[in-house]
Structure formats: structure tokens, C-alpha cells
Ligand binder design. Structure first.
Ligand SMILES: NC(=O)C1=CN([C@@H]2O[C@H](COP(=O)(O)OP(=O)(O)OC[C@H]3O[C@@H](n4cnc5c(N)ncnc54)[C@H](O)[C@@H]3O)[C@@H](O)[C@H]2O)C=CC1
Ligand SMILES: O=C(O)C(=O)COP(=O)(O)O
Length: 525
């Protein structure tokens, strides 16, 4: 039974779902780093929110870990490249808390416009300072979004309902999408110069870190009000404090901070500064959504291999997984075969699918080919890290889907490009489940790729097969299966046979010296 650790505060729905799906679950929110390091090695899955930091050190200790599930959106607390390198899938729940977070941004915008926290504190202190708190209307004002993805678009929709003008800086926002949303696509400088309110909705990445730097904050319109419900690190907090003090910025509301928990900050106590403790996603509705979703996704993956919302692996629904599994096995065997047969540097890999295979999601098939291919160089390669490794090694990967009549009801072909040229192998599925090789380097040969095998290329001459059988027999090597193929009568021929024990190096040399032998390779599957 797979084991999952929930290491952050999460709706009890998550644990309920894990249990109902046959996953053992332990809820231990608030573990210290050392406590987490001490126990993480026992778990197949780790379910988190933003508090748990999944660092290199945690991943190194997580020797059984297969999946990290983020009940929420941002994964800047997870070392995703580190997880990929270790073959750990990282998933999030990209929509479950987006409405809630957008609503928090709007709430903070109103809180700034009407100074609600200060007005509340003053009123409850018995001061009744009616003349002190003069607000601004939002109607007719310009809201500048930085980031117009899921949350940014919801904020835009709500703001348009409030009769605001909305402009957005987002390099990935197409003009058509902007038009559909009813907002203006703008440059960052334009947003800074024209917006009365600015709200941030980007992930924290190298391109967004410090996007509201001291220099950019200085370019904002005097009297601007700024909301950040995305991530600390997007705004220079010291510069924000200085510009609030000088009065250039009329107000700022932060839900997120560079250091969290933010127990102290120079911003605390600054007039017109409002803060909340990373509450963007904290509503009953959103927490139930993300807990259910993360538990379903992780259980699917651990139980049936389904992959949803993974950041480092192609998606594969729990319904698709059983259909794709035999193809992934075939693809991995073909990748492994070609990886063992080709000794030159691989510069490119093309995966082609035909017949029934052409109707399937190709990404997992390609990932499995790459895993098989690269397993020759590393034991820790799997479908998660293989595509990343291929990129790192500058291996060009292409996918081709053919829609044409073929001899097989389904076919997967793997072609590798090396400095010496292209070599390709192909396979099919018997009865839709059993992987079967059907072609090596242009020669038709049918075989199951299993266990220890021997691959021999020879001249197609009478007597060769007898001599090969005798040589193996004399070395007490039992042949399990024997498969033959040839390019043309009397031309290049291949023998692919399975043996009950691996063929030793001296025996390989003996076979190499048999008349007519061109190549001998020992293979393992
Ligand atoms: N305060 C909280 O509790 C919560 C915070 N968040 C944060 O909100 C962020 C945004 O969430 P979603 O809208 O769902 O993500 P999303 O991925 O749908 O949208 C992000 C948008 O940012 C844009 N973007 C990326 N780089 C950019 C750049 N350099 N400049 C301008 N735009 C850029 C992208 O094109 C995309 O449209 C999350 O990454 C997370 O960090 C999310 C949920 C709750
Ligand atoms: O989903 C996100 O990105 C969030 O920031 C929400 O964080 P939380 O789960 O509330 O710690």
C-alpha cells in the first residue's frame, strides 16, 4: 500500500480521500526541517501547501518518494528541477483556489481605497475620526495587472464589473485573449505610468523576481495603490516602505512576503500599509477544492499511474493509463534496444506512431522511449527525468503521428540519429497488451524483448545457425527463444535469441570469431 505524508495544514478531505483510495496517510502538519528529514524516506508521496520547503536536502532523504502534490498553485517552495532529476513527479492544483485568491486581491484593493483596517482600529478605539478617513472610488479608475493568467483574468473580470478600466502587462497574453477579456494589453512601463491600482498575479520566477524593483516603483503614477497576492519577492519591500513614507505610493497591501512567516518587517506600522498572513487561498471552499484535487491526483498516480497537472511530466489520465501502459512498456523496450545497439552519440530521437497508437497521447510514449534509451547511462532515469536529461544533452526529440494503412494494427517506431546516420527499430502489441519487436534496422524480425538476449549480425550463409547453436551449447548456455531475420537471401542477416544466463565476455569473443559474424552484442531487458 503506498504511503503519503501530509506535511502542511490541509482540509481533512485529503486524508479521507487517500484512505478511501487505499493509500496509507499520515497527517503531520508543522514538522520542523529535521523532523521531516528523519521520516520522509518512508513515504511514496508528500502532500504540501506553501509552508513545507521541498529542498535538495529533503529530496535526497526522500529515497522512496515518487510524487509531491501541492494543494495550491505556487511551487516556488519545491525544487522542481531537483525533483525532476530524481524522477519525482511534482503536481499542483492550478484552479482550485484561483477564485478565492482573486477575491482576496479585490478585497485588499477595497481595503486600500477606503483604509478599512485603520478606520476599524480607530473606531473600535472610540475615536470616531470621520474626517480622517477620506477614501477614493474605484469606479472609472485604472487597474493595472501584472500577470493575466488564471487569477489575473478573474481579477480583471471582477474589476470590469466594478466599472474599472483594466490594463495588463503579461508577455504571454495574446491580443485576442486580451480582447476576449475586455482588457488592454500594455507594456510594463505603461502599466507603471498609468495605473491607479496595480495588482500582481505572476509566479515567482527569475523573470518576475523583483519586477516591482525600486526603479520600477519610482516609475509608478503618484498616488498609486499596490496589491500583492502572488508572491513575496516580486516587490522590493524596502523601496516600497520608502515610497509609502514619501507619499508617492498612497497605499500597499501585501498578502505575501519575501520571508514567511513574516513575523517582523520594516513595513509593519507604516501608514497606509495593510497586510495579511498569506491568506489568498484561505477560504473553506478553496481549501476543500485543493485538498480533494491533490489527494485524487496523487492517489491516481500512486495507484494507477495516472498523471494530472504535473509540472515535470506529460499528463496521463487515470482512464488513459491502462490503455497507454502496454505502449509505454513497448516504447521503453524499443528505446532500451536502440540504446544498447547504437554505440555512437545520439543526437536526435524520432518517435513515430501508426495505426491504433496514432490515436493515443504521445507524450508518455515518447518519455518512455527516452527513459529506455537513457537507462543505458544511468540507473536513476525514469519517465519524469528522461525528457529533461535529453534536453540537457541537446538530443533533438521529434514526434510523428502517421495516419496511413499499415501491416500491423498498431506500431511504434523509434529512430535515432547519430553522426553515423539513422537507425530505427519498431514494435507492435499482441492482443493490445504484449509488446513485440517487429523490426531492427530495416530487417523484419519478431521477438519478445525479455531478460538476457544475444544479438548477432552475420552473413546469410548455410551452416551458420548450427555453428552458433553448438558454440552456445558447448558453453552450457541454454537458448530460450530464437528469432531470425535477413535483409535479402545471402545478404545481411540477424539472429536475436534469449538465453537463460548472460553470455560471458570470452564467449562473446568466441562467437565474434565464428565465420561470417559481423557484430555480436549482449542485451538486457
Ligand atoms: N496568495 C496566495 O495564497 C496565492 C498566491 N498564488 C500565486 O499566484 C500566482 C499566479 O497564479 P495563476 O494566475 O493561477 O497562475 P497562471 O500561471 O495562470 O498565471 C500567471 C501569469 O503570469 C504571467 N507571467 C509569467 N511571467 C511573467 C512576467 N515576467 N511578467 C508578466 N507576466 C508574467 C504568465 O504569462 C501567466 O499568464 C501563482 O504562481 C502563485 O504564486 C496563487 C494562489 C494563492
Ligand atoms: O496556491 C498558492 O500558490 C498559494 O500561495 C496558497 O498557499 P497556501 O496553500 O495557502 O499556503
Amino acid at each position: 500500500m503506498p504511503k503519503v505524508l501530509i506535511s502542511d495544514k490541509m482540509s481533512p478531505k485529503a486524508a479521507e480521500i487517500f484512505r478511501a483510495r487505499g493509500v496509507e496517510v499520515h497527517e503531520k502538519p508543522g514538522l520542523t526541517k529535521d523532523e521531516l528529514l528523519a521520516i520522509i524516506g518512508d513515504y511514496d508521496g508528500l502532500a504540501i501547501r506553501s509552508a513545507t520547503k521541498v529542498t535538495k536536502e529533503v529530496l535526497a532523504a526522500a529515497t522512496n518518494l515518487k510524487v509531491v502534490g501541492r494543494a495550491g498553485i505556487g511551487v516556488d517552495n519545491v525544487d522542481v528541477p531537483g525533483a525532476s532529476a530524481r524522477g519525482v513527479v511534482v503536481m499542483n492544483t492550478p484552479f482550485g483556489n484561483s477564485i478565492t485568491t482573486a477575491e482576496h486581491a479585490i478585497a485588499l484593493m477595497f481595503a486600500l481605497a477606503r483604509q478599512l483596517p485603520e478606520a476599524d482600529a480607530s473606531t473600535q478605539a472610540g475615536k470616531w475620526e470621520k474626517n480622517r478617513f477620506m477614501g477614493v472610488e474605484v469606479t472609472g479608475k485604472t487597474l493595472g495587472l501584472i500577470g493575466a493568467g488564471n487569477i489575473g483574468s478573474i481579477v480583471a473580470d471582477r474589476a470590469l464589473g466594478l466599472k474599472m478600466r483594466v490594463m495588463a502587462y503579461d508577455p504571454f497574453l495574446t491580443p485576442e485573449r486580451a480582447q476576449d477579456l475586455g482588457i488592454e494589453k500594455a507594456s510594463l512601463d505603461d502599466v507603471l505610468a498609468r495605473a491607479d491600482f496595480i495588482t500582481l498575479h505572476t509566479p515567482l520566477t527569475d523573470s518576475t523576481r523583483n519586477i516591482l524593483s525600486r526603479e520600477n516603483l519610482a516609475k509608478t503614477k503618484k498616488g498609486v495603490r499596490i496589491v500583492n497576492c502572488a508572491r513575496g519577492g516580486l516587490i522590493d519591500e524596502a523601496a516600497l516602505k520608502d515610497l509609502l513614507d514619501s507619499g508617492h505610493i498612497a497605499g500597499a497591501a501585501l498578502d505575501v512576503f519575501v520571508e514567511e512567516p513574516a513575523e517582523k518587517s520594516p513595513l509593519f506600522g507604516t501608514p497606509n500599509f495593510i497586510s495579511t498572513p498569506h491568506l489568498g487561498a484561505s477560504t473553506t471552499e478553496a481549501q476543500v477544492n485543493v485538498a480533494i484535487q491533490v489527494a485524487e491526483q496523487m492517489a491516481d498516480f500512486l495507484i494507477s499511474g495516472g498523471v494530472t497537472n504535473a509540472l515535470n511530466m506529460p499528463s496521463l489520465s487515470a482512464e488513459e493509463a491502462p490503455r497507454l501502459k502496454p505502449y509505454m512498456a513497448l516504447a521503453e523496450e524499443l528505446g532500451s534496444l536502440v540504446g544498447q545497439l547504437v554505440s555512437e552519440e545520439v543526437r536526435g530521437v524520432t518517435v513515430e506512431v501508426e495505426g491504433a497508437a496514432a490515436e493515443l497521447n504521445m507524450k508518455p510514449i515518447t518519455a518512455a522511449v527516452l527513459a529506455g534509451l537513457m537507462r543505458q547511462h544511468s540507473d536513476t532515469v525514469n519517465m519524469v527525468n528522461a525528457p529533461h536529461l535529453a534536453r540537457e544533452r541537446n538530443i533533438d526529440v521529434a514526434e510523428v503521428r502517421h495516419e496511413r494503412e499499415i501491416d500491423y494494427h498498431t506500431l511504434v517506431r523509434v529512430t535515432v540519429r547519430t553522426p553515423e546516420g539513422e537507425r530505427s527499430v519498431a514494435g507492435t502489441l499482441f492482443g493490445n497488451v504484449i509488446p513485440r519487436l517487429v523490426e531492427i534496422f530495416g530487417i523484419k524480425v519478431e521477438a519478445d524483448l525479455k531478460g538476457s538476449m544475444l544479438y548477432v549480425v552475420n552473413e546469410d550463409k548455410p551452416g551458420f545457425i548450427g555453428r552458433l547453436g553448438t558454440t552456445l551449447g558447448e558453453a552450457s548456455v541454454n537458448i530460450g527463444t530464437f528469432h531470425l531475420g535477413r535483409r535479402a537471401a545471402g545478404g545481411e542477416a540477424i539472429v536475436l535469441l534469449s538465453v537463460d544466463e548472460p553470455v560471458t565476455e570470452p564467449l562473446m569473443w568466441t562467437i565474434c570469431r565464428l565465420p561470417g559474424v559481423r557484430t555480436v552484442k549482449s542485451l538486457n531487458f
